[in-house]
Each structure stands twice: as structure tokens, then as C-alpha cells.
Design a protein around this ligand. Structure first.
Ligand SMILES: Cc1cc2nc3c(=O)[nH]c(=O)nc-3n(C[C@H](O)[C@H](O)[C@H](O)COP(=O)(O)OP(=O)(O)OC[C@H]3O[C@@H](n4cnc5c(N)ncnc54)[C@H](O)[C@@H]3O)c2cc1C
Length: 387
């Protein structure tokens, strides 16, 4: 029997690989999805319980892309008949006793960006906040209205079901030894034999450089590095208070000047209110009284002071894939005709996943991409260019 030649091989089956496969299948392509672990493995960043979906970036390019991705999430939700997008908004907070110049906070700066893009916002002063969101003791709140969080397990299940239904070939627990371009095709030598494809997409997160090193004639190496939140906790309120921490009353919240972000609890689905503490290395950290999840709770969410605290496990123990110049990496692989790569989502990629999956499919199978991705070109890191 003749060996199967796939239209597209995708290495890395996190959410980016799954959406790339999904878009390629919708276009009728024969797809191979290959991973060194099993699909859904919690060591991959994509398989947690919740991920925030927000537009409130300081850079309008990312804010706009996030909003475009949100439309694709809504389409996906409609098509699958699942309900996984919790539209509770995302509230950016600030308190003068912590960050005295309120006008220069992330909340205010991102609010201006959203307003500039004509995205829906709401602004609250201290009294307005006390009335609408009594969970907080802060001076200012700026709500990104068309935002919230994604409940991840049904998304993973829906993607896997669709891929199974369309007959995607899945190779789990598979190690790639070598990749080379041969007679117009891409040959992938693995521990379970050789696989052939017309096109290749790499969506292997922090594993991407190890794969690039296996491509004959490709000297691209990406300045990726792992970093992790300092803390990620579930705060489990006492029964009498639980209702005030569910998405009908509490939005996703963030005080990014001091590295805090949080998700409401999803009754029966998540153990409690999730709060993370993380100061990215590229952000100038202000010295404030907020040095942990607990100190944030004491100063800004006193209603949670009596909550039980447990660590968030699983995918939330994974690392962010930071990039030296703090921009996504998305585009053709220099030195591998027919190859494209997507990585470097810097701990913020999940919300963009359908947009990235569609773009990687377009790079592999079509002649142009809907979005202008020139800013994210991997070739900016080519050794020959740098030198
Ligand atoms: C703690 C944490 C919190 C986050 N919170 C948010 C959030 O609230 N909102 C948001 O939008 N984003 C968030 N993110 C980011 C988001 O989760 C990631 O950007 C996204 O899941 C990355 O998906 P991926 O498919 O690129 O990578 P992954 O999910 O890591 O998948 C990569 C896959 O590649 C495979 N692989 C690696 N090397 C190889 C190899 N050599 N051969 C074969 N396969 C290989 C791995 O086995 C893995 O399955 C968060 C990330 C973390 C870590």
C-alpha cells in the first residue's frame, strides 16, 4: 500500500495545534497531529480549568487581535452547542494607597486603548464600585465589557470530538528524531517510523527550539524562555459567601501594576476564586505593599479574608513561553519551505487560539493570511540576519 502523504503535519497538540488541525480539516485537508505526550496532558499549558479572555492590552494591535479571536470563540461555541465562554467582563483595578498615581495605572492606560478601538467599557469610581462590585475595596475600576473567561475542559473535549469526527490522524507519545525537506515534501522521522507531509506546522510551545534543531538546514533558534507565576491559588469562600464570587456577580479582575489577576469561581467546576500573582520580567515592578495573593486579598478583597486557600495544580503549574522582544512568533520557518511556526504567547495565548489556529492553517495551506502578521515573523530571529 502506498505511504500516506498528509497535506499538513502539525507537531504539538496544545490548543494551538488543535485549532490549526480543526481549521485545516474544515478546509478538507488530510491532517496528522503529532505530540510527544498524550493529547490533553496537563504538562501542556493548554489543559487547565480556566483561562481569561480579555481585550484590555496596552498595545492596540493585541487588543484588536484579542477581539477578533473572541468572535471566533463565539462562532466555535455556537457550532459546538457547548457553553464555555463566561461573559462576566474583566475589571481592572487600582487603589491610591498602593499605586498613588491612579491616572498612570494599567486600568487607566488599557481603558484608553479600548476606548480608542471603540470597544465596550464601563468606568467606576470608589462609590460606583462599592455599589456594583462590593467584593473590592479599591478606588478605581475599568471594565472591559466583552471579556470574561473560558472554561477549558469542554473546549478540549469539543475540539477532540471534532478532530475524531473528521478523521485526523493522531500520533501521541511520539518522538521526532529528524525533519528534512525531500523532493518537495517534508519527511518526519519518528520513533514509530517516517511520516510524510506536504506542509508542516510547529506548535510545540517551549519545545519548539528542540524541534527546530532537528530540521536539516534550518538555523533558526528562538529567544524563548520559561517563566512561572510566583503564586496561583484557589480561595474557597465559606458557603454563605459563595454566591458573591460567581460570575453573575464577580467579573474576571486584575491589578496588573502589582501582578494580580483573578477568575470568579464556577460552582461545581472550579474549587474557588482563582488568584495569581506574577510580575513579568519586562514590566517595571513598583515597590508596593502587594507582595503575594494574601496581601492583595487583605488590601483589596477583604471579603475573601476568611476563605480557605489551596494551590492551583495541573496546567497552572506550567511555564509561560516568554520571548526576548515580547512579541508573538508566528510565520514561515526560514530554511524549511512549507513550514510555519507559532509560539511565544507569553502566558497570554489561550484567548487568541482560534485566530492563531486559523492563521497557521492559512500559512500552511493558503496563499495569504487574513491578519497582518508581519510583526510576528520568526525570521526576525534568524542568526544570519542578526549578524
Ligand atoms: C499558568 C498559566 C496561566 C495562563 N493563563 C492564561 C489566561 O488566563 N489567558 C490566556 O489567554 N492565556 C493564558 N495562558 C497562556 C496559554 O495557556 C498558552 O499560551 C497556550 O495554552 C499555549 O498553547 P500551545 O498549544 O502553544 O502550547 P502547549 O499547550 O504547551 O502545547 C504544546 C505541545 O507541544 C508538545 N511538544 C513540545 N515539544 C515537543 C516535541 N519535541 N515533539 C512533539 N511534541 C512536542 C507538548 O507535548 C505539548 O502538548 C496561561 C499559561 C500559563 C502557563
Amino acid at each position: 500500500m502506498a505511504e500516506t502523504v498528509y497535506d499538513l503535519a502539525i507537531i504539538g497538540a496544545g490548543v494551538m495545534g488543535l485549532f490549526t488541525a480543526d481549521f485545516a480539516c474544515r478546509r478538507g485537508a488530510r491532517v496528522l497531529l503529532l505530540d510527544e505526550w498524550r493529547l490533553g496532558d496537563p504538562r501542556a499549558a493548554s489543559f487547565s480549568l480556566t483561562r481569561s479572555i480579555r481585550n484590555d492590552y496596552l498595545d492596540p494591535v493585541y487588543a484588536r487581535l484579542a477581539f477578533e479571536a473572541r468572535k471566533l470563540w463565539l462562532d466555535f461555541q455556537r457550532e459546538t452547542g457547548e457553553s464555555f465562554l463566561i461573559e462576566c467582563g474583566c475589571l481592572n483595578l487600582a487603589k491610591a494607597s498602593i499605586t498613588p498615581d491612579l491616572s498612570a495605572t494599567y486600568a487607566e492606560d488599557s481603558y484608553r486603548v479600548l476606548a480608542g478601538l471603540h470597544l465596550k467599557t464601563e468606568a467606576f469610581d470608589r462609590d460606583g464600585l462599592r455599589a456594583r462590585f462590593p467584593q473590592f475595596d479599591v478606588d478605581l475600576g475599568r471594565l472591559d465589557v466583552e471579556a470574561g473567561f473560558l472554561h477549558v475542559p469542554p473546549i478540549t473535549a469539543a475540539l477532540l470530538a471534532r478532530l475524531r469526527a473528521t478523521g485526523v490522524a493522531v500520533a501521541e507519545n511520539t518522538t521526532v528524531n529528524r525533519i528534512n525537506h525531500r523532493q518537495g515534501r517534508i519527511a518526519i522521522d519518528t520513533n514509530s517510523g517516517e511520516r510524510l507531509a506536504e506542509r508542516l506546522v510547529l506548535t510545540a510551545g517551549l519545545g519548539t527550539n528542540a524541534l527546530l534543531a532537528k530540521i536539516d538546514g534550518c538555523d533558526l533558534r528562538l529567544p524563548l524562555r520559561p517563566d512561572r507565576p510566583s503564586e496561583s491559588k484557589y480561595l474557597i469562600p465559606p458557603p454563605a459567601k459563595r454566591a458573591m464570587f460567581t460570575p453573575s456577580r464577580l467579573p474576571v479582575f486584575a491589578y496588573l501594576d502589582v501582578g494580580i489577576y483573578g477568575h470568579p469561581m464556577l460552582e461545581g467546576k472550579t474549587p474557588g476564586v482563582k488568584i495569581g500573582y506574577y510580575n513579568p520580567p519586562d514590566v517595571r515592578t513598583q515597590v508596593t505593599s502587594i507582595t503575594s495573593v494574601q496581601s492583595f486579598v487583605e488590601e483589596c478583597m477583604p471579603e475573601l479574608k476568611d476563605a480557605r486557600v489551596v494551590d492551583v495544580e495541573g496546567a497552572d503549574q506550567c511555564s509561560y513561553d516568554l520571548v526576548a522582544d515580547d512579541n508573538f512568533i508566528l510565520g514561515p520557518i526560514p530554511g524549511l519551505p512549507g513550514g510555519a511556526v507559532g509560539t511565544g504567547w507569553r502566558g497570554t495565548g489561550y484567548k487568541f487560539a482560534p485566530l492563531i489556529g486559523r492563521t497557521l492553517m492559512e500559512l500552511a495551506l493558503e496563499t495569504r493570511t487574513v491578519e497582518d502578521i508581519s510583526r510576528f515573523a520568526p525570521e526576525r530571529f534568524e542568526v544570519s540576519r542578526a549578524g
